[in-house]
Design a protein around this ligand. Structure first.
Ligand SMILES: [Zn+2]
Length: 306
C-alpha cells in the first residue's frame, strides 16, 4: 500500500484507485492492515486527495440468487466501512447483472440491496460515496445506457437514499462497448448533454479513462493504452477537457500498470488534455498482455462476469 502511494506520487498522480483486499474473493481481512497509517501519511504527504476503493468483482446486488445477494450486501457494506477507515472518498462498484430477470427486476433488487448496504454500514461509512459504474452491456449487465443509469438514479431517489452517499462512474471503454460513439469531440459532447439532462452532471463523480481494444457496440470490454485503441485521442481528450467534467476524479485502468505503463498513460492523458499529438507506442506496450495470458483478468475485463 505504501509502495502504491509512493508510485502514484512518482508519476505525478493526484488520485489513486486500489483494491483494499483480494478483488476475486469473498474473504475479507478481519482487521485493518498495519500499513494503513503509513499509507495514509504518504497520501497526505504527496497531496493525493482522491482515494478510490474498487469493490470486488463478485458483488452483484441486481441478480436473483439470494445467497449471492446476501453476500454482496455484506461485502459491499464492509468495503464502505473499510473505505472510511482508509480515508477514501469513494467506493466504486460494478452495477451488476439482472441475470435475465429483466431491467426492472434488476433495478428493484439493486435499490433494496443498496438500502441494506447503507443500513448495515451505518455511520462507520460516513463521508464515503458509493459510485455505480456503467456496464458495457454484456451478460445482462445493468446500466449500459444513460437511460438505465437515469432509471437507477430515480429508483435510489424514490427509495430515499441520500444523494450525497451515491453517484456514478463512467468507464469510457464500457461506454464504447455499449455503443456510445465517444471517439470524437462531438460524440463526447452529445453523451455529456444526454447524461446532464437524464441523470444530472453533479451525479457523475468518477471517470475510468481507458481506451478500448473492442469494437464500438460489441458489448465487450478490453482496455487499451490511451490513444492506441478504437476510441482514440480525440474522444478521450475531450473526456478530459469537457467543462461539465471539471470536478470529477479520473482514474486510469489501462494495461501494464505493474510494468510502468501507467506513467506512460498518465503522460498521454496530459498530452491529450493539452491537445498535443500522441507519440506511437513501442511494440513492447502490447506484449505484456500476451506474456501474461492465463493470469487473472486485468481490471475491467472481469466486469463481464457479473
Ligand atoms: Zn472501470
Amino acid at each position: 500500500m505504501v509502495r502504491a502511494a509512493n508510485r502514484a506520487a512518482e508519476i505525478g498522480a493526484t488520485a489513486l484507485q486500489i483494491f483494499c483486499d483480494n478483488p476475486t474473493s469473498w474473504r475479507r481481512r478481519e482487521t485493518l492492515p498495519p500499513e494503513l497509517q503509513p499509507f495514509r501519511d504518504r497520501l497526505a504527504h504527496h497531496q493525493i486527495a482522491s482515494l478510490v476503493i474498487h469493490a470486488p468483482y463478485l458483488v452483484n446486488l441486481a441478480g436473483p440468487d439470494p445467497s449471492l445477494y446476501e453476500r454482496s450486501v455484506g461485502l459491499l457494506a464492509n468495503e464502505l466501512t473499510v473505505a472510511a477507515a482508509y480515508g477514501a472518498t469513494m467506493v466504486n462498484v460494478h452495477i451488476g447483472s439482472h441475470r435475465g430477470e429483466g431491467t426492472d427486476a434488476g433495478i428493484s433488487r439493486l435499490t433494496a440491496g443498496l438500502q441494506q448496504v447503507f443500513d448495515l454500514a451505518g455511520h462507520d461509512a460516513d463521508g464515503v460515496v458509493l459510485v455505480l459504474e456503467n456496464s458495457s452491456g454484456s451478460g445482462f449487465g445493468l446500466g449500459s445506457t444513460v437511460a438505465e443509469l437515469a432509471a437507477i438514479d430515480a429508483a435510489l431517489s424514490k427509495a430515499g437514499l441520500p444523494q450525497d452517499r451515491t453517484g456514478f462512474c463512467l468507464d469510457t471503454a464500457h461506454l464504447w462497448g455499449a455503443g456510445y460513439q465517444i471517439s470524437s469531440e462531438a460524440g463526447v459532447n452529445d453523451l455529456m448533454d444526454e447524461f446532464s439532462a437524464a441523470v444530472g452532471i453533479e451525479r457523475l463523480r468518477l471517470v475510468h479513462l481507458n481506451d478500448s481494444r473492442s469494437e464500438l457496440g460489441s458489448r465487450a470490454d478490453r482496455h487499451e493504452h490511451l490513444g492506441a485503441g478504437h476510441i482514440g485521442a480525440a474522444g478521450l481528450g475531450r473526456m478530459l477537457t469537457h467543462p461539465a467534467l471539471h470536478a470529477v476524479t479520473y482514474v486510469l485502468e489501462t494495461p501494464g500498470m505493474e510494468e510502468g505503463w501507467d506513467a506512460v498513460n498518465l503522460n498521454r492523458a496530459r498530452e491529450m488534455a493539452a491537445g498535443r499529438p500522441l507519440a506511437a507506442l513501442p511494440p513492447e506496450a502490447f506484449e505484456t498482455r500476451r506474456a501474461k495470458s492465463g493470469a487473472p483478468p486485468e481490471l475491467g475485463d472481469a466486469a463481464n462476469g457479473n
